[in-house]
Ligand binder design. Sequence first.
Ligand SMILES: [Zn+2]
Length: 83
Amino acid sequence: MLDDPQGMNPCPCCKGTLVRRNASYTATRKGYHLIMDDVPAWMCEQCGETLFDEETVDTIQETLRQVDARLGKLAATALSAAT
Ligand SMILES: [Zn+2]
C-alpha cells in the first residue's frame, strides 16, 4: 500500500523518518518565479529534506506548463526588458 506510512521509504539522505507535511514549492523559471504554499509533501524529521509524491510533482509540472503557455503570450507583446 502506497499510502501506508509504515511502508514509506526512509529519507534518502539520512534514512530518517519521513512525516506528512505541507511545504512550499518554489519554481524558478525563465521569466518568473512561482511559490506555491501548502503543497502536500514528506519531510524528514532528522535532516529536513522535503520530498514530493509523484502525483504532486505531476500536478506542479502541469501548472507550470499552463503558466508558461500564458506568459508566452504576454512575452510576445511585452516591451523589451530594460537594458
Ligand atoms: Zn533525512
